[in-house]
Design a protein around this ligand. Structure first.
Ligand SMILES: Nc1nc2c(c(=O)[nH]1)N[C@H]1C(S)=C(S)[C@@H](COP(=O)(O)OP(=O)(O)OC[C@H]3O[C@@H](n4cnc5c(N)ncnc54)[C@H](O)[C@@H]3O)O[C@H]1N2
Ligand code: MOO
Length: 577
């Protein structure tokens, strides 16, 4: 075997290993430390995950720089410097595991571990934020609660007693005892498993970005498709010196020239050639322009040794026609689109984007100007469309419906979206119409309330086979919590996107938790896989979120400085959205 063949074969092996790893991760859900066991133990029915893998969520450099943003952390200190923040990854989470709430860096499990190791100071803005009602009669976790975080009691003042069956799902018409709010990891997991990848479609290459390959990408051609000059210089034949054609022959070989039918370059002859040009038949090497001297007699002399095949990229070096380049399930990144184009594709077969219709509820909402007369600006309409698009959805409409039960019913009944997303109206106020509407349309509630702050009243319902509704609470940060808890994993499942790599980070300072519920808290990323909670994280606030580059999943009871917690990524931390 020649050196080149040995190198090629090593590359082939590396590629095969990468693809094998990819395939294995698809099978195991990417949890190579625990492929199916623990990660499925908390899932309904205990089914193994099938279509999730982490490859598409490799760390992504962040475009966000923390310095100079005027960010205040919960301890009142300013945001980290640009240099501290220079190297960042997209933080992602595990839609199947219960790991967010059950493990900390000390190896202890459950809220007792973090709560006992260091009481987290309560940030003043949280106390003053109008946070969701905390449990009153049993506000502090009981000893049993503290040691069994996976089965929290229902401490929620849940306003909709009628909708659940004991199994945790129900048709909206049932009248059964009040359901427990789902623990956050379970709600997240249910949403991740509620949908199947949508049917495949063919898309022009440029439109397929962000979608997922519905079939393997096989090379339609050899790459390169001809022996190619890797440098500007001369194509030479045999040992030098070489004779050059007279200038008037205009014999230069340029990229794009079709010289396949030209006479072979004879031994002892050379011709000028450009990078990317097809090497003429008979050429044995390319001599770089800086490594040759031309004498007055049109004779070319090499100034250093020329080896056979030098600076020629042989046909098929990267792949042969029919080679398996990428597996099904790979997200179409800009690099995938580039490879597909190089390999001859005009269109790609990808999983269809989920169609999402956003229904913004609330008579109090203004679309422009200053809040006035008891009315406020709609903060969710402008936020959700781009966020959903960044999650791979096609937002068909964002409609402002006010607070009218019939209008909402008609909109939900008429929608053909894969996912209807409502904002507001999930609680029990006089004009909160989401639950009654779900009853009217005969929806099946999969999640009705989640033990998470903010975002407690969020819900997930199946409207019809393959069609869902996610009800986001009206408080803006609560809506974001619902988006990340229920809509994001569902959209991921519908679009066939891989589950993100489980990532845990270390708290640079303590994070105040809820006694019994998970808390989602805007944070700043710091070097060394550390995070710092941000101030202004009350349910009605967006100030902390707007400065954040992830949300931390703080377990019930809070987390101490040095504890590890899970993170939920936000799209703007990894791309210019
Ligand atoms: N008696 C109870 N009251 C409330 C409970 C409860 O359990 N019992 N839960 C509270 C929690 S927690 C939340 S969160 C909210 C959820 O309320 P809804 O989903 O019904 O939302 P609304 O009442 O329509 O609005 C709540 C709040 O958010 C403002 N809002 C609504 N939409 C927008 C928007 N697009 N942009 C900006 N702000 C918006 C709205 O004006 C309200 O201030 O319920 C608690 N109540
Ligand atoms: O106010 Mo509530 O905490 O669910 O967002």
């Amino acid at each position: 075997m020649t050196d080149k063949e040995a190198a090629d074969s090593a590359l082939d092996r590396a590629a095969d290993e990468a693809l094998a790893l990819f395939a294995r991760d698809r099978r195991t859900g990417g949890h190579d430390d625990d492929p199916v066991g623990r990660s499925t133990a908390n899932l309904p029915g205990g089914e193994a995950p099938t279509a999730y893998f982490p490859f598409g969520e490799m760390p992504v450099g962040s475009g966000v720089v923390g310095g100079g943003r005027g960010v205040t952390s919960t301890d009142g200190s300013r945001g980290n410097s640009a240099s501290e923040h220079a190297y960042e990854f997209l933080f992602v989470d595990d839609p199947f595991g219960d790991s967010f709430n059950s493990f900390d860096s000390s190896g202890k499990t459950g809220p007792s571990a973090s709560a006992s190791s260091s009481p987290a100071p309560h940030p003043p803005e949280s106390a003053a934020s109008g946070d969701c009602p905390e449990p009153t009669s049993d506000g502090a976790p009981s000893p049993e609660r503290a040691s069994s975080p996976e089965q929290p009691r229902d401490t929620s003042p849940h306003p909709h007693p009628s909708l659940h069956s004991p199994s945790g799902t129900a048709t909206a018409g049932n009248r059964s005892p009040r359901p427990a709010a789902a623990p956050w990891p379970r709600a997240h997991s249910i949403a991740a498993r509620a949908g199947e990848p949508l049917p495949a479609e063919e898309r022009p290459l440029a439109d397929a970005l962000g979608q997922v390959l519905a079939e393997p990408l096989d090379a339609l051609t050899d790459l390169p498709s001809f022996d190619t000059s890797a440098m500007d210089g001369w194509a030479v034949s045999g040992p030098g010196p070489w004779r050059l054609p007279p200038p008037q022959d205009d014999a230069d070989v340029l990229a794009g020239d079709d010289n396949s039918g030209s006479a072979p370059l004879r031994d002892g002859h050379a011709v000028r050639i450009a990078t990317g040009a097809r090497v003429p038949p008979g050429a044995t090497a390319v001599l770089r322009s800086e490594h040759g001297d031309v004498t007055g007699q049109a004779e070319l002399h090499a100034t250093r040794r020329v080896t056979h095949g030098q600076d020629i990229r042989p046909r098929g070096q990267e792949c042969r026609r029919g080679d398996h380049l990428l597996p099904e399930g790979m997200p179409v990144s800009p690099a995938v689109a580039g490879l597909a184009a190089a390999a001859g594709y005009d269109r790609l077969r990808v999983t269809r984007r989920p169609r999402v219709e956003v229904l913004v509820l609330g008579d109090e909402l203004l679309l422009e100007g200053l809040p006035q007369g008891g009315r406020i600006r709609d903060a969710l309409g402008p936020m959700l469309g781009p966020w959903l698009a960044a999650l791979g959805a096609e937002v068909t409409a964002t409609r402002r419906l006010g607070d009218d039960a019939d209008v909402l019913h008609d909109a939900v009944a008429a929608s053909d979206a894969d996912l209807v997303l409502t904002t507001g109206g999930t609680a029990s106020g006089p004009v909160d119409h989401v639950h009654p509407t779900l009853r009217r349309v005969g929806a099946e509630l999969l999640v009705d309330g989640v033990a998470v702050r903010p975002g407690h009243p969020m819900l997930l319902a199946r409207l019809a086979p393959g069609r869902h509704l996610v009800g986001l609470p009206g408080n803006p940060l609560a809506a974001v919590a619902g988006l990340l808890t229920l809509a994001e994993p569902l959209l991921r499942a519908l679009s066939g996107r891989p589950a993100p790599t489980r990532t845990r980070v270390t708290l640079a300072e303590a994070a105040q938790g809820h006694p019994t519920d998970t808390r989602l808290m805007p944070v700043l990323r710091l070097p060394g896989d550390r995070i710092r909670p941000l101030a202004f994280h009350g349910p009605a606030m967006l100030r902390g979120l707007a400065a954040a580059d992830a949300l931390a999943v703080i377990p019930p009871g809070g987390a101490a400085q040095g504890d590890t917690v899970g993170l939920l990524g936000v799209p703007w931390a990894s791309a210019a959205v």
